[in-house]
Every structure is written in structure tokens, then in C-alpha cells.
Design a protein around this ligand. Sequence first.
Ligand SMILES: NC(=O)c1ccc[n+]([C@@H]2O[C@H](COP(=O)([O-])OP(=O)(O)OC[C@H]3O[C@@H](n4cnc5c(N)ncnc54)[C@H](OP(=O)(O)O)[C@@H]3O)[C@@H](O)[C@H]2O)c1
Length: 276
Amino acid sequence: MTELNAFYRLSNGIKMPKIGLGTYTLKGAQAYETVLTALKLGIRHIDSAIIYQNEQSVGQAIRDSGVPREAIFITSKVPPHIKNAPGALRMFEKTLKNLGLDYLDLLIINAPGPFHDLDGDYDRENIEVYKLLEELYKQNRVKAIGVSQFKVKDIKNIIDHCDIVPHVQQMSFFIGHTQDDIVTYCQEKGIQIQAFSPLAKGYLLTNPIVLTIAENYQVTASQIALRYILQKSHAVIPKASTETHLRLNTELDFVIHDDDMKTLDAIKDDPRKYDD
Ligand SMILES: NC(=O)c1ccc[n+]([C@@H]2O[C@H](COP(=O)([O-])OP(=O)(O)OC[C@H]3O[C@@H](n4cnc5c(N)ncnc54)[C@H](OP(=O)(O)O)[C@@H]3O)[C@@H](O)[C@H]2O)c1
């Protein structure tokens, strides 16, 4: 089995493909074409969100691809600023309508707080929204539920006050930025990590250490970056918009040796920029 066809089994038994596609910043026709191409190349895991404003294009591509719905793992998110159950339900219904689907594979709370107040205290509100997710899960309208960008204290808050341990935590994770405390906690609790910004939004790809290792393996820096994450047992959802990039992101069937993994582990850097 290739990594493209491989999956992680969530704590409830649901299968999540290891390799996915991120869709943030893809809009309209570009979102449609990219998702269609990804599905044609065999990618079966799509990360979306109502705030990406591309769900209709993503849904259309899924329908036009001819790939059976049940063969695709689709994630969506309750927007970060929606911190009450009626609002979250409205967003969920809207997402399903936009995508043209009748269930999601994974629904997560996008962030512990609104983006303008990420460090604010939304414990009570997150419990309320997560309980709504639990309801949707029990109704079989979502196959798995989870959180995103949650710190250990935020996940603990959910576990302490809700019934279902999140199946997934979606978080930024890439070479140089491994958030070890959160990963360790999630692994103890059986929570699968879905790594977003696995290429550090592309900024990791000029790192000289990564480039040197890539050359030794005769692969690209992007392949080293993604393979590193798979070897940590996390799923990857790189965003790509060209067929060349999409294809490269599916070709991860090689092994980074332990000594090179250690070299990559020693990198400590978050090169992401947010003002571009
Ligand atoms: N939960 C959250 O709060 C959250 C936050 C951020 C992101 N996400 C999700 O995670 C996804 C990925 O994260 P991201 O978009 O921040 O960044 P990313 O996937 O780390 O990087 C995307 C960039 O890498 C380039 N790229 C992709 N494949 C490549 C390849 N093989 N070779 C060279 N360059 C390549 C893309 O270029 P091209 O477009 O030119 O191909 C794009 O510029 C998002 O799209 C979104 O779905 C979730």
C-alpha cells in the first residue's frame, strides 16, 4: 500500500487518509479545478471551512469527480468567532448546503477563540459548541468531531466537561514547529493530529538543512517536509494549486532515516509570515 492509499484509524474506528488537500485561499474556478485534479490524482481527504468561501466550488468538484462520496474524507470547521450552539448549528447546515452533502467526515471547532482574541477565555462557549458537535455525531451527521489550534488546557476543558474525547486535533505542525506538549497530550488521549501548514505556508522550502537532506534522498524539500510529518504519525493537509505540486505531495513513499529525522528535529524555527 502506498502512503496515498494509507489511513489512520481514529479512536472511533473511522479511517482518515494520511494525505489530504488544504483549500484555504483557493477560490472559485481555481478551487474547483484544484479539488478535481487532487481527486483525479488519488487524494481522498479534503480540508475545507465555511470561512474559506469556496465550499460550493469544492462540493461541485467532489460531485463532478465521479469518486464515490464514501471514498472521500471531508473536514469542515465551526468558524472561530461562532461560540454558541445555535450559531454553530446554522454554520453546519450552511456548510452542508454549500458542499451539497448530507454528512461530514469530520467537524472541528476552528480555534479556541475568535482570531482577534485567540488568548481570550472561551472555555464555557467551547463546551457549548462542542456539545452541539456531540449531538451531530450521535445523529450520524458527522462521522468524527474535534478541535483545532487548541492548547492543552483547551482540550482538557473539553475532556473534563463533555462526553466524547475529540477524535482529532488539527494544528500547525511542521519541521521546526512541533508543539511537543500538545502532541504528547493528544497522543496520550488517543487524539489524531491533522497537521496544517505542513510546509509552513511554503516558507520552509528554502531551509538549507531541509534542502540538503532533500538532495541526498533525490526528492524535493516539500517531500521531506511532508514525509517528516507522516513519520511522526500525523496526517498532512498541504494546500497546493498546481498539478505538479499536488502530484509531488502524493509521492511520499520513501523513509527518512533516524539520523536525518534527528537533524530535522533539531531545527527550531517558525518562518511563517502573516502579512502577505
Ligand atoms: N485549522 C486552522 O486554523 C488552519 C489554519 C491554517 C491552515 N489550515 C488548513 O491547512 C491547509 C494547509 O496550510 P497552509 O495553506 O497554511 O500552508 P501549507 O500547506 O504549509 O503551504 C501552502 C504553500 O505551499 C506551496 N506548495 C504546496 N505544495 C508544494 C510543493 N510540492 N512544492 C512547493 N510548494 C508547494 C503552495 O503553493 P501553490 O499553491 O503554488 O501550489 C502554497 O504556497 C490550509 O489550506 C487549510 O486547509 C487550517
